[in-house]
Design a protein around this ligand. Structure first.
Ligand code: S3P
Length: 423
């Protein structure tokens, strides 16, 4: 498809779609809690709908009246054996977190994904779950989905995480809630903490001290009313676009600002961006953000900030193509195992449009500023690469064509309409 063109920067007000990570977890917590959970502002995008379908297949009643999602919680003990192979679609979060729930059940199950998800590594989750007594196998002993799970009793572990991953941490936490004893997880770097926050919100006990998390098994969680804030990972595309496009003056409403997710605000502000926080909803960790165009300078991005902006790195790399100097991104090897290899895809596609980006083992080196030009690019079936390329297309007067744009439906089905409303 032909991508949208810039006219005179981005202006107006937009409410970005609901947070994907929190939407997934709100379904999961609703299902494993007792009593009713209602979810306001749930993200109705393909990934989260995969989570809904998986829990319906596990016997959970989930209704959507178009406004609010209602869940009749079953508790961990009354999920039902699925009649078919569970389908996580493209969603790594669905598959990995659900493995932590299925490992402690009394029944056998099998979960598969689409071609991209079936190539993503699962040993990182199956390994610690096996240490807890879980019985999980990839096909023919491989570490890739489809995964067969023979549910059974679990016992607590102490686990030092070799990688910073909220998905791995969350899978262990779901298993720990079903396990005998006290589980301790020591994080490598602090990753998004929505699972820990929701254990508390649903009435559970969890202790978090710096990078050490402890939780006991056998707790009863209770259904809640959840309001999902806007997704800073979707806001990211507008933060970068409004910063780069002259005459922009944009307001984004009710964006999630959980500190484990706001690395992009820190980095863009260090680069020189003009982003102001307006009214704050502290109960839901959300704020309005006001963005005006500003010139950028290069930065170094590495270490503990990486998990706080991991999903935003492709669009941060785009921002760096327009910054003065050389931006270096390190410690981001996890980008290679996302929906596609995002180190390669970012460099390959932006270089087609005139950027000067080198790949390294664990990141990118971006030489800026480089004017961009037209061309034909590809999303690689990855929603965030597709949206980043649409923002890149706003930086040239030439035509940019995007192949495989439908990948964007994974997290943001209304992306092109929303963007068009601001141009
Ligand atoms: C997510 C965690 C991150 C992130 C993904 C969503 C989550 O993955 O990239 O988009 O909701 O827990 P990792 O845990 O693999 O880093």
């Amino acid at each position: 498809m032909k991508l949208l063109k810039n006219k005179s920067g981005l202006s107006g007000t937009l409410t970005v779609p609901a947070d994907k990570s929190i939407s997934h977890r709100s379904i999961m917590f609703g299902a494993i809690s007792h009593g009713k959970t209602t979810i306001h502002n749930f993200l109705r995008a393909e990934d989260c709908l995969s989570t809904v379908a998986v829990f319906k297949a596990l016997g959970v009643t989930i209704d959507d009246d178009g406004e609010v999602i209602s869940i009749e919680g079953k508790g961990f003990k009354h999920l039902q054996a699925p009649q078919q192979i569970l389908d996580a679609g493209n969603s790594g979060t669905t598959m990995r977190l659900v493995l932590g729930i299925l490992a402690g059940q009394t029944f056998h199950s099998k979960i598969a994904g689409d071609a991209s998800l079936n190539r993503r590594p699962m040993e990182r989750v199956m390994g610690p779950l096996r240490m807890m007594g879980g019985n999980l196998q990839g096909e023919q002993g491989s570490e890739f989905p489809p995964i067969e799970i023979e549910g059974g009793p679990l016992s607590a572990i102490t686990y030092e995480m070799p990688i910073a991953s909220a998905q791995v941490k969350s899978a262990i936490l779901f298993a720990a809630l079903q396990a005998e004893g006290l589980t301790t997880i020591i994080e490598k770097e602090k990753s998004r903490n929505h699972t820990e926050e929701m254990i508390k919100q649903f009435g559970g006990n969890i202790s978090v001290e710096d990078k050490t998390i402890t939780v006991s098994g056998g707790q009863q969680l209770v259904g809640q009313e959840v309001t999902v804030p806007g997704d800073i990972s979707s806001a990211a595309f507008y933060l970068v676009a409004a910063t780069l496009l002259a005459d922009s003056d944009l307001q984004l409403k009710h964006v999630g600002i959980n500190p484990t997710r706001t690395g992009i605000l820190d980095v863009l502000q260090e680069m020189g961006a003009d982003i102001q926080e307006g009214s704050v909803d502290s109960q839901n960790q959300a704020a309005d953000l006001q963005i005006k165009a500003a010139p950028l300078k290069a930065v170094e991005i590495k270490g503990e900030i990486i998990p706080r902006l991991i999903d935003e790195l492709p669009v941060i790399a785009l921002a760096a193509t327009q910054a003065e100097g050389t931006t270096v991104i390190r410690d981001a090897e996890e980008l290679k195992v996302k929906e596609t290899n995002r180190i390669d895809a970012t460099a390959q596609e932006l270089n087609k449009l005139g950027a000067n980006i080198e790949t390294t083992e664990d990141g990118l080196i971006i030489h800026g500023p480089t004017p961009l030009h037209g061309g034909t690019v590809d999303s690689h079936g990855d929603h965030r690469i597709g949206m980043m390329l649409q923002i890149a297309a706003l930086l040239t007067d030439d035509i940019v064509e995007l192949n495989n744009p439908e990948a964007i439906n994974i997290s943001y089905p209304n992306f092109f309409n929303d963007l068009a409303s601001l141009i």
